[in-house]
Design a protein around this ligand. Structure first.
Ligand SMILES: [Zn+2]
Length: 229
């Protein structure tokens, strides 16, 4: 009986210590060390981006500090659950996305961090050139996972995901997920490094290694499920 009571106290103390650490960590990340798009990723980056889902003003401030050309978008909530509250439309970045893409603010920060700290340096490293464009297949689409009825809503339905089919280098040369994923040369290595680098920012990063549904694109999303494959 006494032992059980002592154990309960120990568990309670552990719970209190963990909660205090978490609360302090959140406060520290959000208020003392605001998200900086120029900062290379560390072990807290993913957690910080998830925290920003509850801090739209701080998230928008991070985009503004980074001098990103973007436009906040009015919230949308549909009856079937699709929608977003903190949507932003990207007007311009270093890479052309073939249109003004719409994402929730933390997903946009993740995308731009990936562009800055993974795509740009890897393009320089493997090809000695700049990346001109990204071939994206869509961001916000009100649909279920895999587009099949009966399944839960995809992260695309919350403007929390983007699909990337490939890239175009300065000069026009293309790198395609479908064609070059298994390439043993620079194109294949670039694509696999791009996938691995996305895992520092996004919750789920799915590539052709995950399943056949992703043979032609990388799916990057800011959901809570962690997958990097
Ligand atoms: Zn997708």
């Amino acid at each position: 009986m006494i032992l059980r009571r002592a154990l309960r106290r120990v568990w309670f103390a552990i719970f209190l210590a963990a909660s205090a650490t978490l609360a302090f960590g959140s406060f520290y990340l959000d208020h003392v060390m605001p998200f900086d798009l120029d900062r290379p990723p560390n072990f807290l980056t993913k957690y910080h981006l998830q925290l920003l889902k509850r801090e739209p003003l701080r998230c928008m401030a991070a985009l503004e500090r980074a001098r990103i050309d973007f436009q906040p978008v009015l919230p949308e909530q549909r009856e079937n659950g699709c929608g977003y509250e903190d949507g932003v439309r990207l007007l311009k970045s270093e890479i052309d996305y073939g249109g003004r893409i719409l994402l929730r603010c933390p997903a946009m920060l993740a995308l731009l961090s990936w562009e800055r700290h993974v795509l740009a340096p890897k393009a320089k490293e493997y090809f000695g050139r700049k990346l001109d464009a990204t071939g994206q297949l869509g961001t916000y689409v009100c649909r279920s996972i895999g587009g099949r009825s009966g399944r839960r809503l995809s992260q695309h339905a919350y403007a929390n995901a983007i699909d990337i089919a490939g890239f175009t280098l300065e000069g026009g040369e293309r790198i395609s997920v479908l064609r070059d994923w298994d390439d043993a040369g620079a194109k294949g290595r670039f694509l696999r490094d791009a996938r691995d680098g996305a895992c520092h920012y996004f919750g789920a990063t799915l590539s052709p290694d995950y399943n056949a549904a992703h043979a032609n694109h990388l799916h990057l999303d800011m959901g809570l499920i962690r997958i990097c494959r």
